[in-house]
Design a protein around this ligand. Structure first.
Ligand code: ZN
Ligand code: ZN
Length: 338
């Protein structure tokens, strides 16, 4: 189907495929990008298979599970509190050492270096669910086939495309911060540390190389696998499935998806987040558990975080969508990039 006039950038109608999406006009990605991304996506999956095979009939040690949980929590908060709420949206200020510690922890999650992560995510907010969004599930339109293809694209297909987000435009503040460019440069080394640490800890605690190997599987690769897919589900599922209690910008279809609230550390209150991106708490409704906001609150009490943007109850009420209203119909809200 030819791209109709109503689907140009300004005239995007909210249901058609993005201009050029079906034609795939862009240059293909480099072989290096495909291989690296492929390895990062596929190796953790292979590890899941190996670990299940090894655990068959003899179970998993408590040590491996506890270590997996510890690494999941540390690297997970690095992404949600560090990469996302602090560095992308500036929803609070952190002591310099805490800022670096969070950036390092987030880098160990195998989701790209901190500068690229922040740039991509700011671009997602600047163009949510319309042409320009790097990972919208609506890229191929809202028909059933287009929607399924869009879900695959938003979950991980987008990483295999040649569609780089210019950091100079979307993350100039991070590029100007020597501490952040250093953490970004250390990304490959931090990925290695993220796998070597569980191995070393397992070896020391279990007293054998085999114990080191199973710790490497569970607290290394499987933990990476789980956190990656939870994060990517916020990009895919949390723009398609769930509730939209708050108004967002035009075309923005971010949702709240409660089953992911705990494993995503509060990030799946994604509709609440898109309705007020700079807010430190994403779970804006009652009973919306948001452990990332809890951690930021703890940092604040310790004096490590200041200028925290906590939700303003009046503003939250103003943003609450009347029952039966359509998603994505509100006036523009402030975004980090204009
Ligand atoms: Zn989003
Ligand atoms: Zn965000």
């Amino acid at each position: 189907m030819a791209v109709s006039e109503r689907t140009t950038e300004q005239g995007y109608d909210g249901v058609s495929a993005f201009p050029g999406a079906r034609e795939e006009t862009e240059e293909p990605p480099s072989a290096l990008q495909v291989w690296l991304t492929g390895a990062i996506v596929v190796l953790p999956l292979v590890a899941v298979g190996v670990a299940v095979w090894l655990a068959w009939g003899r179970g998993v040690t408590v040590t491996d599970l506890v270590m997996a949980l510890v690494f999941y929590v540390v690297t997970g908060f690095g992404v949600t509190v560090g990469f996302h709420r602090l560095l992308t949206h500036g929803s609070f200020k952190a002591r310099p050492w805490l800022r670096v510690a969070l950036a390092v922890a987030g880098s160990m999650s195998f989701e790209g270096n901190v500068v690229d992560w922040v740039a991509t995510h700011r671009r997602h907010h600047a163009y949510t669910d319309r042409p320009g969004d790097p990972h919208s599930p609506y890229r191929y339109g809202t028909g059933l086939r287009g929607q399924l293809r869009g879900l695959a694209h938003s979950h991980l297909g987008w990483m295999f495309r040649n569609d780089p987000t210019p950091a100079a435009r979307f993350a100039p503040d991070l590029l100007a911060d020597p501490a952040m460019t250093r953490v970004a440069g250390a990304f490959p080394a931090l990925c290695a540390v993220s796998l070597v640490l569980p191995f070393a800890a397992g070896w020391v605690i279990g007293g054998s190389l085999y114990a080191g190997f199973t710790a490497f599987l569970w607290a290394g690769l499987i933990r990476v696998f789980l956190l990656q897919h939870i994060t990517w589900s916020v990009n895919s599922l949390c723009h398609v499935v769930g509730d939209r209690p708050f108004t967002t910008r035009r075309h923005d279809r971010a949702t709240n998806l409660w089953p992911l609230a705990l494993p995503s550390f509060g990030e799946s209150w994604h509709n609440g987040h898109h309705s007020d991106p700079a807010c430190a708490r994403h779970g804006l409704g009652r009973h919306e558990t948001d452990v990332s906001a809890g951690l930021i609150g703890m940092f604040e009490r310790l004096g490590w975080a200041t200028d925290v943007h906590w939700p303003d109850p009046e503003r939250v009420e103003r943003r609450r969508r009347p029952a039966g209203g359509e998603a994505g119909e509100a006036e523009p809200v402030r975004t980090p990039v204009g």
